[in-house]
Design a binder for this molecule. Structure first.
Ligand SMILES: *[C@@H]1O[C@H](CO)[C@@H](O)[C@H](O)[C@H]1NC(C)=O
Ligand SMILES: *[C@@H]1O[C@H](CO)[C@@H](O)[C@H](O)[C@H]1NC(C)=O
Ligand SMILES: *[C@@H]1O[C@H](CO)[C@@H](O)[C@H](O)[C@H]1NC(C)=O
Ligand SMILES: *[C@@H]1O[C@H](CO)[C@@H](O)[C@H](O)[C@H]1NC(C)=O
Ligand SMILES: *[C@@H]1O[C@H](CO)[C@@H](O)[C@H](O)[C@H]1NC(C)=O
Ligand SMILES: *[C@@H]1O[C@H](CO)[C@@H](O)[C@H](O)[C@H]1NC(C)=O
Ligand SMILES: *[C@@H]1O[C@H](CO)[C@@H](O)[C@H](O)[C@H]1NC(C)=O
Ligand SMILES: *[C@@H]1O[C@H](CO)[C@@H](O)[C@H](O)[C@H]1NC(C)=O
Ligand SMILES: *[C@@H]1O[C@H](CO)[C@@H](O)[C@H](O)[C@H]1NC(C)=O
Ligand SMILES: *[C@@H]1O[C@H](CO)[C@@H](O)[C@H](O)[C@H]1NC(C)=O
Ligand SMILES: *[C@@H]1O[C@H](CO)[C@@H](O)[C@H](O)[C@H]1NC(C)=O
Length: 466
């Protein structure tokens, strides 16, 4: 046994839920609500092998130029959506955003895919960059290892919509590479309200680490079996894998797992624990969302067992029947490699089994600029021509990614405090709504061709410098 560690303190904050499942008809549904399948850089719509229709990204993004991968990957990997991409300019600390109308207060699954082209280790690596959703820093994108294998890289996250548009942005972080970001495809799928609803999306967003279908040797399980096109990765192991033709109907699982994931499982050997090294990569010491899915592969059976994660009890006395159930924790501390251990509750019991699991990292939802300043900046943007390509998304956030020429103060409200449009080559007539930026201290408009003069700024009491 390893020495005890302070996970027990966190255990009080855990939320455990057992969700029984009742039989109901589950049908594959198309994507509902505001959902997008964007083929970046494409000129016309295309349909992929699953019959999903991908639209060109042009209507949702004002920056960047369409292009193609430097070297196409092996034919089998070259999905139609990977044949084009969009590249963005090399402008340090600029963020380039897709603006997507969404349903405010709903949650969205985002899956951007990146394929720069196959390359050899002697070539310069593909650009690395940041992903940003509204004011939230999501993750850094590094496609080097996948590109060496000729493969595309995908990231998946679940985010709340905080306004009428969701902005998904690529941020050029000069600490990584000296090259503009790129993107091949973007999926944005509205989730049903019950999916992952134990997470408080007012404060947290989730980034996928692993979503696994145990015992499967086949393809990735996804749409249409999964209504939201989540990817359930196979996890083969000939020693423990079993399959069945049970029809577990999963409509009553809050997370709505696809029915087919219950047709494969890992089953322990009689009187022996089942030990899984899963997820299969080391994790940073942090809190994670962990969901496990179970259904007996034999009808009329039930089996009772205990689940431990790294020797700490995750759930004890679990009674799994062919009707299925899921167990999840919203804040489970993991660090390094993870062992999931299933032990029979009594010596003679049927051996434990497991069908599927998901692990997400949690990260804080970032703050947004004071709404009145956002409206004023939008109005200023609309009143001008030739504005910088990065004037999209939140004007100030996340930190370090404000619009070119805009400086902000991150106090109790995030306010615009300085506009330096000097030498940007702007034209048009400046919107009088600039007078609503009441925290402004400095303004510079030198060397532009603005017409119609400077609006009345007498209300900007903090203005020091013009
Ligand atoms: C919202 O998104 C649409 C579509 O991309 C765009 O035309 C519009 O300007 C966006 N609105 C704001 C405030 O960014
Ligand atoms: C990207 O990943 C490669 C291979 O793992 C690594 O060598 C490189 O330093 C990473 N790049 C950045 C910017 O982190
Ligand atoms: C999650 O959704 C289920 C099904 O709609 C509901 O019964 C449950 O109360 C919800 N939980 C939370 C925390 O909102
Ligand atoms: C999240 O925010 C909404 C709107 O402000 C509020 O109605 C809801 O109760 C909040 N949920 C939680 C779990 O704090
Ligand atoms: C499950 O459904 C399939 C197709 O509807 C059917 O052929 C099969 O007999 C069903 N299996 C069971 C165990 O009910
Ligand atoms: C994980 O982090 C917590 C608090 O941040 C710390 O107390 C604990 O020792 C760390 N555990 C490991 C294994 O590093
Ligand atoms: C498990 O649940 C089944 C069905 O509800 C029930 O028949 C069985 O007695 C339960 N087993 C235990 C050990 O509670
Ligand atoms: C304003 O921007 C210009 C051009 O980027 C720069 O040369 C100048 O120093 C800036 N002025 C201030 C006060 O930051
Ligand atoms: C300032 O904001 C208010 C409220 O949003 C708006 O009604 C008004 O038109 C704005 N003022 C100017 C000068 O644009
Ligand atoms: C505003 O201008 C003053 C005087 O030049 C300078 O000291 C200050 O740093 C500027 N503030 C901002 C936010 O640019
Ligand atoms: C200045 O502020 C006052 C009081 O809020 C308002 O009545 C007036 O319209 C504002 N003037 C301008 C030019 O925005």
């Amino acid at each position: 046994m390893p020495p005890p560690r302070p996970i027990l303190a966190a255990a009080a904050a855990l939320l455990f839920l057992l969700l029984p499942v009742h039989l109901a008809l589950a049908e594959a549904q198309g994507f509902r609500g505001f959902s997008y399948l964007l083929n970046c850089g494409a000129a016309s719509p295309t349909t992929d092998s699953r019959g999903l229709r991908w639209e060109p990204d042009g209507p949702y993004v004002s920056a960047g130029t369409p292009g193609e991968p430097t070297v196409p990957g092996p034919g089998s990997l070259l999905e139609p959506t990977l044949a084009t991409l969009r590249t963005f300019p090399n402008r340090p600390r600029a963020k380039f955003c897709y603006e997507l109308p969404v349903d405010k207060n709903r949650r969205y699954l985002l899956r951007p895919t990146f394929f720069y082209g196959a390359f050899s280790s002697s070539a310069p690596p593909p650009p690395a960059f940041d992903l940003i959703v509204d004011g939230t820093f999501w993750t850094a994108v590094n496609t080097t290892d996948d590109a060496l294998a000729g493969a595309a890289s995908s990231y998946e996250g679940v985010f709340p919509a905080s306004g009428r548009n969701l902005s998904f942005c690529l941020g050029l972080n000069p600490e990584y590479t000296d090259a503009g970001p790129f993107i091949s495809a973007l999926q944005v799928i509205q989730l049903d309200d019950s999916v992952y609803n134990a997470t408080n999306f007012n404060t947290s967003a989730m980034g996928l680490i692993a979503r696994t279908r145990f015992g499967s040797t086949g393809d990735i399980e996804r749409y249409p079996d999964d209504s939201f096109d989540r990817f359930w990765q196979p996890f083969p192991d000939s020693k423990h894998a079993v399959s069945s033709t049970q029809n577990v109907t999963s409509a009553d699982f809050w997370n709505l797992p696809p029915p087919n994931v219950f047709n494969t499982a890992f089953v322990a050997e009689q009187d022996a624990p089942l030990v899984l090294q899963w997820p299969p990569m080391p994790l940073q010491n942090d809190s994670y969302y962990v969901a496990l899915y179970f259904a007996d592969t034999l009808p009329e059976n039930s089996r009772t067992f205990n689940v431990y994660i790294n020797d700490y009890p995750f759930i004890e006395g679990l009674n799994v029947t062919s009707a299925g159930l899921s167990v999840f924790a919203t804040q489970w501390i993991l660090s390094g490699l993870t062992s999931v251990i299933l032990k029979p509750a009594s010596p003679s019991a049927l051996p434990p089994l497991i069908n599927a699991g998901e692990v997400f990292g949690l990260f804080p939802v970032g703050r947004l600029t004071y709404a009145r300043d956002v409206r004023a900046m939008e109005s200023i943007k609309e009143s001008l021509r030739n504005v910088p390509e990065d004037w999209n998304g939140d004007p100030c956030m996340p930190s370090g990614y404000s619009w070119t020429g805009v400086t902000c103060d991150e106090g109790s409200r995030i306010r615009v405090i300085s506009l330096n449009f000097s030498g940007m080559g702007l034209s048009g007539s400046l919107s009088p709504e600039i007078a609503n930026l009441t925290a402004l201290t400095n303004i510079s408009f030198a060397h532009n061709s603005l017409v119609g003069g400077i609006p009345d700024l007498s209300n900007l009491s903090k203005l020091e410098r013009l």
